[in-house]
Design a protein around this ligand. Structure first.
Ligand SMILES: [Cu+2]
Length: 316
C-alpha cells in the first residue's frame, strides 16, 4: 500500500497534465477503512455457557477492527491469539484451556503452589502463541472496539474472565477460531489518534489530553511482553468508593479474586474497553468516549506488580 502511493500520485499527476493518460489506468489499489468484525458476547443460562456470537471464519490479512458488543450480564473481553503452525482453536480447547482451569481450581482451593506448577504441563507450542491485541475489558451493555494488523495464520478469540466459582469463560465456551488468509485486504492503517501511548514495562507513556468526548487511542507496543501476564491497556471509570489500585488488582487472573465477573467483584468499576497485548513493534488502536469523572488506565499485570495510571476528566 504505502509503496504503491507514489505510483498512484504520479499517475494522477500525469492524468492532470493529460500526458499518456488514455492507456494508463490508475493501478488497482484496494483501500479503505478496516473491515469490522462484529462479535456479540452472550450468556446461555440453560447451558451455563458464555459465548462469542459471530459469523467470522475467514478474513484477509491486514488492518481489521474487532467490535465486541457485550449483551451479556457480566464483564468480558476478546483477546486475539495467533496460533503456531497447524494449531487451531480446537487445539487450545483440548490442550491449553483445561491446564489453566486445573491450575485455577488448585489456586482456588488454596493450593497456589501446585496450581502454578501445573502450568508447566502446558504444551510446548503454547510458548509460540502470539497475543495479537483485541477489544479490552468491557462491562455489561458496553461496546469495546480495537483495530489491529492481522498476519496470515490460525487465530483464536478468547475471554478468560472467571465466574465467581473460578471457572474461566473459555472453559465455559468462550473461545472460537478463525483463519486469516494470505490475501491482503489493503485497508488503511487508522489515523487521527488523539491519545498516543508508548507501552513499556514501566508505564503507558501517554501523550494527549483526555478531554471529554470520543478518542482514538494509538497504542505502540514499545517493549516485549513478559510471559502469561502482558502489558496491555484497559480503561476503567472509577465509581464512588473505588480507586485505580482496586481496578489494577482485579486484572490478575491468577488471584482467586482477580478477573472475576459479577456485580460484587466489579462493584463501582465500569470497564470501557482498551486493547490486549501485542508483540514489540506492533500498534493497536481503540476508541473510547470520555465524560467528566475519575478514570484509570490499567494493565493486566500481577497484583504484586501492578501498572496503572489514574486521571480525571474535567467538564469543558
Ligand atoms: Cu468473558
Amino acid at each position: 500500500m504505502r509503496v504503491a502511493t507514489p505510483l498512484r500520485n504520479s499517475v494522477i499527476i500525469a492524468c492532470a497534465l493529460q500526458i499518456a493518460c488514455a492507456d494508463k489506468k490508475e493501478p488497482e489499489i484496494a483501500s479503505g477503512t478496516p473491515r469490522v468484525v462484529e462479535v456479540t458476547a452472550t450468556y446461555d443460562a440453560g447451558a451455563n455457557e458464555h459465548l462469542f456470537r459471530t459469523d467470522v471464519e475467514q478474513l484477509p490479512a491486514g488492518w481489521t477492527t474487532f467490535r465486541l458488543v457485550n449483551e451479556a450480564p457480566v464483564t468480558h473481553f476478546l483477546v486475539l491469539e495467533r496460533l503456531p503452525g497447524s494449531m487451531t482453536a480446537d487445539s487450545s480447547v483440548n490442550e491449553v484451556v483445561p491446564v489453566f482451569q486445573e491450575a485455577m481450581d488448585l489456586i482456588q482451593g488454596g493450593e497456589a503452589e501446585d496450581g502454578f506448577a501445573r502450568l508447566a504441563e502446558l504444551p510446548e507450542w503454547f510458548g509460540e502463541v502470539r497475543f495479537m491485541g483485541g477489544p479490552g475489558v468491557i462491562s455489561p451493555g458496553g461496546t469495546s472496539e480495537a483495530t489491529v494488523y492481522l498476519e496470515p495464520g490460525n487465530y483464536s478469540m478468547e475471554c478468560y474472565v472467571k465466574t465467581a466459582e473460578g471457572k474461566f469463560h473459555s472453559t465455559l465456551g468462550m473461545i472460537r477460531g478463525f483463519t486469516v488468509t494470505e490475501e491482503t485486504s489493503g485497508a488503511e492503517q487508522p489515523s487521527g489518534a488523539t491519545i498516543e501511548m508508548q507501552l513499556t514495562n514501566e508505564g503507558f507513556g501517554i501523550e494527549g489530553e483526555p478531554s471529554p468526548g470520543f478518542h482514538t487511542v494509538a497504542v505502540h507496543f514499545a517493549e516485549d511482553n513478559p510471559p502469561l501476564l502482558g502489558n496491555d491497556v484497559h480503561l476503567v471509570r472509577l465509581g464512588e468508593g473505588t480507586d485505580a489500585e482496586d481496578a489494577a488488582a482485579w486484572m490478575d487472573w491468577s488471584q482467586p479474586t482477580g478477573m472475576v465477573a459479577g456485580q460484587q467483584a466489579t462493584a463501582g468499576l465500569e470497564f470501557l474497553g482498551g486493547t490486549h497485548e501485542m508483540p514489540e513493534g506492533s500498534t493497536a488502536y481503540f476508541t473510547v468516549e470520555l465524560t467528566p469523572g475519575r478514570y484509570a488506565w490499567v494493565s493486566e499485570r500481577p497484583a504484586s506488580d501492578p501498572m496503572y495510571e489514574a486521571f480525571e476528566v474535567a467538564a469543558n
